[in-house]
Design a protein around this ligand. Structure first.
Ligand code: ADP
Ligand code: MG
Length: 335
Protein backbone atom coordinates (compact mmCIF):
# COMPACT_ATOMS: atom_id res chain seq x y z
CA UNK A 1 0.00 0.00 0.00
CA UNK A 2 1.25 3.48 -0.82
CA UNK A 3 1.09 6.13 1.78
CA UNK A 4 -2.21 8.03 1.52
CA UNK A 5 -2.72 11.72 2.07
CA UNK A 6 -4.80 11.32 5.18
CA UNK A 7 -3.86 7.89 6.41
CA UNK A 8 -0.71 6.59 8.06
CA UNK A 9 1.12 3.84 6.16
CA UNK A 10 -0.08 0.26 6.02
CA UNK A 11 2.30 -1.05 8.68
CA UNK A 12 1.48 1.75 11.08
CA UNK A 13 -2.23 1.08 10.65
CA UNK A 14 -1.72 -2.64 11.29
CA UNK A 15 0.48 -2.10 14.33
CA UNK A 16 -1.72 0.61 15.80
CA UNK A 17 -5.22 -0.67 15.18
CA UNK A 18 -5.22 -4.32 14.09
CA UNK A 19 -2.37 -6.04 15.96
CA UNK A 20 -4.06 -5.35 19.34
CA UNK A 21 -7.08 -7.30 18.07
CA UNK A 22 -4.93 -10.41 17.56
CA UNK A 23 -3.78 -10.47 21.18
CA UNK A 24 -4.77 -13.70 22.93
CA UNK A 25 -4.74 -15.88 19.78
CA UNK A 26 -1.29 -17.55 19.60
CA UNK A 27 -1.69 -18.65 15.94
CA UNK A 28 -2.05 -15.01 14.83
CA UNK A 29 1.61 -14.30 15.77
CA UNK A 30 0.66 -10.73 16.62
CA UNK A 31 0.04 -10.07 12.90
CA UNK A 32 3.79 -10.14 12.29
CA UNK A 33 3.89 -13.22 10.06
CA UNK A 34 2.56 -14.07 6.61
CA UNK A 35 -0.20 -16.43 7.64
CA UNK A 36 -2.10 -17.65 10.69
CA UNK A 37 -2.57 -21.08 12.25
CA UNK A 38 -5.90 -22.29 13.62
CA UNK A 39 -5.83 -25.47 15.68
CA UNK A 40 -9.32 -26.93 16.05
CA UNK A 41 -10.10 -28.96 19.12
CA UNK A 42 -9.66 -32.70 18.86
CA UNK A 43 -12.48 -34.25 16.81
CA UNK A 44 -13.49 -30.89 15.37
CA UNK A 45 -13.14 -29.27 11.96
CA UNK A 46 -13.23 -25.69 10.70
CA UNK A 47 -16.23 -24.06 9.03
CA UNK A 48 -15.23 -21.08 6.87
CA UNK A 49 -17.40 -18.26 5.59
CA UNK A 50 -16.66 -14.99 3.82
CA UNK A 51 -18.80 -11.99 2.96
CA UNK A 52 -17.77 -8.62 1.58
CA UNK A 53 -19.59 -5.33 1.99
CA UNK A 54 -19.12 -2.28 -0.20
CA UNK A 55 -19.75 1.36 0.69
CA UNK A 56 -22.81 2.76 -1.06
CA UNK A 57 -24.04 -0.77 -1.79
CA UNK A 58 -24.33 -2.59 1.56
CA UNK A 59 -24.04 0.34 3.91
CA UNK A 60 -24.46 4.08 3.65
CA UNK A 61 -21.09 5.84 3.32
CA UNK A 62 -21.78 8.19 6.23
CA UNK A 63 -22.70 5.46 8.74
CA UNK A 64 -20.52 5.42 11.86
CA UNK A 65 -17.42 3.25 11.21
CA UNK A 66 -17.88 1.15 14.37
CA UNK A 67 -21.37 0.13 13.19
CA UNK A 68 -20.03 -0.71 9.73
CA UNK A 69 -17.36 -2.91 11.33
CA UNK A 70 -19.88 -4.71 13.48
CA UNK A 71 -22.20 -5.37 10.57
CA UNK A 72 -19.34 -6.65 8.40
CA UNK A 73 -18.34 -9.08 11.14
CA UNK A 74 -21.79 -10.09 12.29
CA UNK A 75 -23.14 -11.14 8.89
CA UNK A 76 -20.36 -13.75 8.87
CA UNK A 77 -20.98 -14.83 12.46
CA UNK A 78 -24.64 -15.27 11.56
CA UNK A 79 -23.75 -17.75 8.81
CA UNK A 80 -21.47 -19.72 11.11
CA UNK A 81 -24.17 -19.88 13.79
CA UNK A 82 -26.75 -21.12 11.30
CA UNK A 83 -24.35 -23.93 10.38
CA UNK A 84 -24.07 -24.94 14.04
CA UNK A 85 -20.47 -23.75 14.34
CA UNK A 86 -18.84 -21.82 17.18
CA UNK A 87 -16.91 -18.82 15.83
CA UNK A 88 -13.19 -18.67 16.72
CA UNK A 89 -11.39 -16.21 14.47
CA UNK A 90 -11.64 -13.98 11.43
CA UNK A 91 -9.51 -12.32 8.77
CA UNK A 92 -10.04 -8.83 7.41
CA UNK A 93 -9.31 -7.47 3.93
CA UNK A 94 -9.74 -3.73 3.97
CA UNK A 95 -9.74 -1.51 0.85
CA UNK A 96 -9.61 2.12 1.90
CA UNK A 97 -10.13 5.21 -0.27
CA UNK A 98 -7.32 7.74 0.16
CA UNK A 99 -9.70 10.40 1.43
CA UNK A 100 -10.54 8.47 4.61
CA UNK A 101 -8.92 9.73 7.77
CA UNK A 102 -7.30 7.88 10.63
CA UNK A 103 -10.29 8.55 12.90
CA UNK A 104 -12.39 6.36 10.59
CA UNK A 105 -9.97 3.44 10.95
CA UNK A 106 -9.83 4.03 14.70
CA UNK A 107 -13.63 3.90 14.98
CA UNK A 108 -13.73 0.84 12.74
CA UNK A 109 -11.20 -1.02 14.90
CA UNK A 110 -13.09 0.01 18.02
CA UNK A 111 -16.26 -1.61 16.65
CA UNK A 112 -14.33 -4.80 15.97
CA UNK A 113 -12.84 -4.76 19.47
CA UNK A 114 -16.29 -4.47 21.06
CA UNK A 115 -17.64 -7.39 19.06
CA UNK A 116 -14.55 -9.52 19.73
CA UNK A 117 -15.36 -9.22 23.42
CA UNK A 118 -19.01 -9.97 22.81
CA UNK A 119 -18.41 -13.06 20.68
CA UNK A 120 -15.08 -14.38 22.02
CA UNK A 121 -13.22 -14.21 18.71
CA UNK A 122 -9.94 -12.74 17.43
CA UNK A 123 -8.61 -11.05 14.32
CA UNK A 124 -5.85 -13.32 12.94
CA UNK A 125 -4.76 -11.62 9.73
CA UNK A 126 -5.80 -9.83 6.59
CA UNK A 127 -4.71 -7.37 3.98
CA UNK A 128 -4.83 -3.58 3.72
CA UNK A 129 -4.88 -1.66 0.46
CA UNK A 130 -5.77 1.67 -1.06
CA UNK A 131 -8.60 1.80 -3.56
CA UNK A 132 -9.87 4.44 -6.00
CA UNK A 133 -13.38 3.11 -5.22
CA UNK A 134 -15.55 3.11 -2.08
CA UNK A 135 -14.59 1.46 1.23
CA UNK A 136 -14.70 -2.28 0.75
CA UNK A 137 -14.55 -4.73 3.62
CA UNK A 138 -14.17 -8.47 3.18
CA UNK A 139 -14.22 -10.63 6.28
CA UNK A 140 -13.61 -14.34 6.44
CA UNK A 141 -14.74 -16.01 9.63
CA UNK A 142 -13.75 -19.43 10.95
CA UNK A 143 -15.79 -21.55 13.31
CA UNK A 144 -15.45 -25.01 14.83
CA UNK A 145 -17.78 -27.93 14.79
CA UNK A 146 -17.57 -31.66 15.58
CA UNK A 147 -16.40 -33.50 12.46
CA UNK A 148 -19.21 -34.07 9.97
CA UNK A 149 -21.86 -32.20 11.94
CA UNK A 150 -22.22 -28.92 10.02
CA UNK A 151 -25.94 -28.28 9.45
CA UNK A 152 -26.49 -28.15 5.71
CA UNK A 153 -29.28 -26.80 3.52
CA UNK A 154 -30.07 -30.17 2.01
CA UNK A 155 -31.13 -32.28 4.99
CA UNK A 156 -34.80 -31.32 5.33
CA UNK A 157 -37.39 -34.12 5.12
CA UNK A 158 -41.04 -34.06 4.08
CA UNK A 159 -43.13 -33.50 7.20
CA UNK A 160 -40.45 -31.49 9.01
CA UNK A 161 -41.63 -28.38 10.80
CA UNK A 162 -40.10 -25.05 9.72
CA UNK A 163 -38.84 -22.85 12.57
CA UNK A 164 -37.36 -19.36 12.76
CA UNK A 165 -35.57 -17.53 15.58
CA UNK A 166 -36.39 -14.01 16.76
CA UNK A 167 -38.59 -11.77 14.64
CA UNK A 168 -38.76 -11.26 10.88
CA UNK A 169 -38.96 -8.05 8.85
CA UNK A 170 -37.43 -5.62 11.35
CA UNK A 171 -34.34 -4.85 9.25
CA UNK A 172 -36.30 -4.30 6.02
CA UNK A 173 -38.65 -1.97 7.87
CA UNK A 174 -35.64 -0.32 9.53
CA UNK A 175 -34.13 0.49 6.14
CA UNK A 176 -37.49 1.93 5.02
CA UNK A 177 -37.55 4.05 8.17
CA UNK A 178 -33.97 5.28 7.61
CA UNK A 179 -35.01 6.30 4.10
CA UNK A 180 -37.78 8.46 5.54
CA UNK A 181 -40.74 6.14 5.17
CA UNK A 182 -43.23 5.90 8.05
CA UNK A 183 -42.88 9.45 9.43
CA UNK A 184 -45.91 8.74 11.65
CA UNK A 185 -44.21 5.86 13.50
CA UNK A 186 -43.42 6.37 17.22
CA UNK A 187 -39.73 7.13 18.06
CA UNK A 188 -39.23 3.92 20.09
CA UNK A 189 -40.28 1.76 17.14
CA UNK A 190 -38.19 3.86 14.76
CA UNK A 191 -35.05 3.40 16.89
CA UNK A 192 -35.66 -0.34 17.30
CA UNK A 193 -36.20 -1.00 13.59
CA UNK A 194 -33.26 1.17 12.48
CA UNK A 195 -31.02 -0.63 14.98
CA UNK A 196 -32.10 -4.02 13.65
CA UNK A 197 -30.98 -2.89 10.18
CA UNK A 198 -27.70 -1.35 11.27
CA UNK A 199 -26.48 -3.95 13.74
CA UNK A 200 -27.65 -7.52 13.15
CA UNK A 201 -27.82 -9.89 16.13
CA UNK A 202 -26.29 -13.20 15.05
CA UNK A 203 -28.01 -16.05 16.92
CA UNK A 204 -24.80 -17.52 18.27
CA UNK A 205 -26.46 -18.96 21.36
CA UNK A 206 -28.98 -20.91 19.28
CA UNK A 207 -27.02 -22.25 16.29
CA UNK A 208 -24.56 -24.62 17.98
CA UNK A 209 -27.40 -26.13 20.03
CA UNK A 210 -29.28 -27.00 16.85
CA UNK A 211 -26.66 -29.62 15.95
CA UNK A 212 -28.48 -32.96 16.10
CA UNK A 213 -31.87 -31.20 16.20
CA UNK A 214 -32.12 -29.27 12.92
CA UNK A 215 -32.26 -31.27 9.69
CA UNK A 216 -31.43 -28.18 7.57
CA UNK A 217 -30.64 -24.55 8.38
CA UNK A 218 -29.45 -21.22 7.02
CA UNK A 219 -29.52 -17.63 8.13
CA UNK A 220 -32.13 -15.29 6.66
CA UNK A 221 -30.26 -12.69 4.61
CA UNK A 222 -32.11 -12.59 1.27
CA UNK A 223 -35.60 -12.62 2.79
CA UNK A 224 -37.60 -15.33 4.55
CA UNK A 225 -39.36 -16.61 1.44
CA UNK A 226 -36.24 -16.62 -0.75
CA UNK A 227 -34.07 -18.32 1.84
CA UNK A 228 -36.67 -20.97 2.56
CA UNK A 229 -36.67 -21.48 -1.21
CA UNK A 230 -32.95 -22.33 -0.99
CA UNK A 231 -33.66 -25.08 1.54
CA UNK A 232 -36.45 -26.37 -0.74
CA UNK A 233 -34.17 -26.54 -3.78
CA UNK A 234 -31.26 -28.29 -2.10
CA UNK A 235 -33.53 -30.61 -0.08
CA UNK A 236 -35.70 -31.27 -3.20
CA UNK A 237 -38.89 -30.41 -1.31
CA UNK A 238 -41.56 -27.71 -1.23
CA UNK A 239 -42.58 -25.59 1.76
CA UNK A 240 -45.84 -24.22 3.12
CA UNK A 241 -45.52 -21.08 5.23
CA UNK A 242 -48.34 -19.95 7.52
CA UNK A 243 -48.23 -16.14 7.20
CA UNK A 244 -50.05 -15.44 10.51
CA UNK A 245 -47.42 -17.52 12.39
CA UNK A 246 -44.46 -15.43 11.21
CA UNK A 247 -43.09 -13.75 14.37
CA UNK A 248 -43.21 -9.94 14.30
CA UNK A 249 -41.78 -7.47 16.81
CA UNK A 250 -44.06 -4.91 18.45
CA UNK A 251 -42.34 -2.24 16.34
CA UNK A 252 -42.96 -4.18 13.12
CA UNK A 253 -46.62 -4.58 14.09
CA UNK A 254 -46.86 -0.82 14.68
CA UNK A 255 -45.25 -0.15 11.29
CA UNK A 256 -47.64 -2.54 9.53
CA UNK A 257 -50.59 -0.94 11.25
CA UNK A 258 -49.48 2.40 9.83
CA UNK A 259 -48.71 1.00 6.37
CA UNK A 260 -50.18 -2.47 5.69
CA UNK A 261 -48.57 -2.44 2.23
CA UNK A 262 -45.19 -3.03 3.90
CA UNK A 263 -46.15 -6.63 4.67
CA UNK A 264 -44.45 -7.83 1.50
CA UNK A 265 -41.10 -6.41 2.61
CA UNK A 266 -41.41 -8.36 5.87
CA UNK A 267 -41.39 -11.61 3.89
CA UNK A 268 -39.01 -10.62 1.13
CA UNK A 269 -36.90 -7.75 2.54
CA UNK A 270 -34.01 -9.69 3.99
CA UNK A 271 -31.15 -8.68 6.31
CA UNK A 272 -32.92 -10.44 9.19
CA UNK A 273 -29.96 -12.61 10.21
CA UNK A 274 -32.28 -14.95 12.06
CA UNK A 275 -31.83 -18.72 11.79
CA UNK A 276 -34.37 -20.54 9.63
CA UNK A 277 -34.31 -24.29 10.19
CA UNK A 278 -36.28 -27.47 9.76
CA UNK A 279 -36.70 -30.23 12.32
CA UNK A 280 -38.75 -33.33 13.00
CA UNK A 281 -42.10 -32.31 14.58
CA UNK A 282 -41.23 -34.68 17.44
CA UNK A 283 -38.45 -32.23 18.42
CA UNK A 284 -40.88 -29.39 19.08
CA UNK A 285 -40.81 -29.70 22.87
CA UNK A 286 -37.02 -29.83 22.94
CA UNK A 287 -36.84 -26.76 20.69
CA UNK A 288 -39.22 -24.91 23.03
CA UNK A 289 -36.93 -25.78 25.96
CA UNK A 290 -33.92 -24.54 24.00
CA UNK A 291 -35.66 -21.23 23.23
CA UNK A 292 -36.48 -20.87 26.92
CA UNK A 293 -32.93 -21.69 27.99
CA UNK A 294 -31.22 -19.14 25.69
CA UNK A 295 -33.94 -16.48 25.87
CA UNK A 296 -34.46 -16.30 22.11
CA UNK A 297 -37.95 -16.96 20.74
CA UNK A 298 -38.17 -19.82 18.25
CA UNK A 299 -41.42 -20.06 16.30
CA UNK A 300 -42.92 -22.79 14.12
CA UNK A 301 -44.02 -21.14 10.87
CA UNK A 302 -44.73 -23.94 8.42
CA UNK A 303 -44.12 -27.42 7.06
CA UNK A 304 -41.88 -29.05 4.47
CA UNK A 305 -43.79 -31.17 1.96
CA UNK A 306 -42.90 -33.52 -0.88
CA UNK A 307 -42.50 -32.00 -4.35
CA UNK A 308 -43.23 -34.16 -7.39
CA UNK A 309 -40.94 -32.22 -9.73
CA UNK A 310 -38.11 -29.70 -9.62
CA UNK A 311 -40.57 -27.00 -10.71
CA UNK A 312 -42.41 -27.59 -7.44
CA UNK A 313 -39.45 -26.88 -5.14
CA UNK A 314 -41.13 -23.71 -4.08
CA UNK A 315 -42.57 -21.87 -1.13
CA UNK A 316 -46.32 -21.37 -0.76
CA UNK A 317 -47.60 -18.79 1.69
CA UNK A 318 -51.04 -19.26 3.25
CA UNK A 319 -53.08 -16.60 5.05
CA UNK A 320 -55.27 -17.10 8.14
CA UNK A 321 -58.11 -18.54 6.04
CA UNK A 322 -55.81 -21.00 4.24
CA UNK A 323 -55.80 -19.07 0.98
CA UNK A 324 -52.59 -18.77 -1.05
CA UNK A 325 -50.93 -15.38 -0.92
CA UNK A 326 -48.79 -13.96 -3.69
CA UNK A 327 -46.93 -10.71 -3.52
CA UNK A 328 -45.60 -8.30 -6.10
CA UNK A 329 -43.80 -4.97 -5.93
CA UNK A 330 -46.88 -3.26 -4.53
CA UNK A 331 -47.53 -5.61 -1.67
CA UNK A 332 -49.42 -8.81 -1.69
CA UNK A 333 -52.69 -10.07 -3.10
CA UNK A 334 -54.80 -13.16 -2.66
CA UNK A 335 -55.88 -15.70 -5.20
P1 ADP B 1 2.04 -9.59 2.89
O1 ADP B 1 3.18 -8.71 2.54
O2 ADP B 1 2.38 -11.02 3.03
O3 ADP B 1 0.81 -9.31 2.09
P2 ADP B 1 1.21 -7.73 4.79
O4 ADP B 1 2.41 -6.90 4.90
O5 ADP B 1 0.10 -7.31 3.92
O6 ADP B 1 1.66 -9.19 4.39
O7 ADP B 1 0.61 -7.97 6.23
C1 ADP B 1 1.45 -8.13 7.38
C2 ADP B 1 0.67 -8.79 8.45
O8 ADP B 1 -0.43 -7.98 8.83
C3 ADP B 1 0.08 -10.14 8.07
O9 ADP B 1 0.09 -10.97 9.22
C4 ADP B 1 -1.34 -9.81 7.71
O10 ADP B 1 -2.19 -10.92 7.96
C5 ADP B 1 -1.65 -8.67 8.66
N1 ADP B 1 -2.66 -7.72 8.15
C6 ADP B 1 -2.55 -6.86 7.11
N2 ADP B 1 -3.67 -6.13 6.97
C7 ADP B 1 -4.52 -6.55 7.94
C8 ADP B 1 -5.84 -6.20 8.31
N3 ADP B 1 -6.56 -5.28 7.66
N4 ADP B 1 -6.39 -6.85 9.36
C9 ADP B 1 -5.69 -7.80 10.01
N5 ADP B 1 -4.46 -8.17 9.72
C10 ADP B 1 -3.87 -7.55 8.69
MG1 MG C 1 -0.60 -7.74 2.05
Amino acid sequence: MERGQHLPGEFELIARYFAPLAKGFPGAFGLTDDAAVIAPEHGHELVAKTDAIVGGVHFLADEPPDLIARKALRVNLSDLAAKGAVARAYMLDLMLPRALDEAWVCGFAHGLAEDQKEYGIHLIGGDTDMTPGPVTIAIMAFGEIAVGRMIQRGGARAGDTIFVTGTIGDAALGLAVLRGALPELDPTSVAFLAGRYQVPLPRVTVGPRLVGLATAALDVSDGLAADLGHICEVSALAAILQAPSIPLSAAARAALLAQPGLLASVLTGGDDYEILFTADPASEAEIARLAQAVGVPITAIGTMVAASSAAEHRVSVLDATGRHVVFDHEGWTHF
